[in-house]
Design a binder for this molecule. Structure first.
Ligand code: C5P
Ligand code: MG
Length: 190
């Protein structure tokens, strides 16, 4: 099985690239952000809880996110592998994911980080906000907070997997197709 973590700051293109990787490698795309938005759209208790964090650009508590992720994986025993998008976002989430996968005889194959400079990220998110319907994509204060949270709480996850020899950085600037080719090179080498 190929189990990828698609990593990078908000607006780095994780969702866009995951959609194409799924077509090529036949793995299951799990975006925790999309799962939260689905729950919020249905106004479930989980959605209501997540909303209070998401609308500030903060992280939903680890135990909530980890539980939701595990339920999603458990619901798809047929999957040939996974692309985790937007997860893990903290070291405890990474440790929980590793333990969970190990319990299934699996492991993360690679963490691939899409490297995009801050200025470009803000422009991309604001552009996406015009059509995404995401309140957290429209407010520069919330966007800045998401970037700050990424730097403080999420970027250590890159180093965590680097210490296991699993982290790779890919240039996330350029056309969607050019970036996709760079990602495929990394995946094909696994
Ligand atoms: O991954 P995405 O950017 O779509 O996530 C949107 C928001 O969902 C984040 O800004 C954060 O508030 C929340 N989230 C989270 N923990 C995750 C994934 C998303 O708290 N693992
Ligand atoms: Mg996304």
């Amino acid at each position: 099985m190929i189990n990828l973590i698609l990593f990078g700051p908000p607006g780095s293109g994780k969702g866009t690239q995951a959609a194409q990787l799924v077509d090529r490698y036949r793995v299951l795309h799990i975006s925790t952000g999309d799962l939260f938005r689905y729950e919020m759209g249905n106004n479930t208790p989980l959605g209501q809880k997540a909303k209070s964090f998401i609308e500030k650009g903060e992280l939903v508590p680890d135990e909530v996110t980890i539980g939701m992720l595990q339920n999603k994986v458990d619901a798809h025993p047929e999957a040939l592998g996974y692309i985790f998008d937007g997860f893990p976002r903290t070291i405890p989430q990474a440790e929980a994911l590793d333990a969970f996968l190990a319990g299934r005889g699996e492991a993360i194959s690679r963490l691939i980080m899409l490297d995009v400079p801050d200025e470009e990220i803000i422009q991309r998110i604001l552009g996406r906000g015009a059509t995404s319907g995401r309140a957290d994509d429209l407010n520069t204060g919330i966007i800045q907070n998401r970037i700050d949270v990424y730097k403080e709480q999420t970027s250590p996850v890159f180093d965590y997997y680097a210490s296991h020899g699993k982290s790779v950085k890919v240039d996330g600037v350029g056309s969607i197709d050019a970036i996709f080719d760079r990602l495929c090179e990394v995946v094909d080498a696994i």
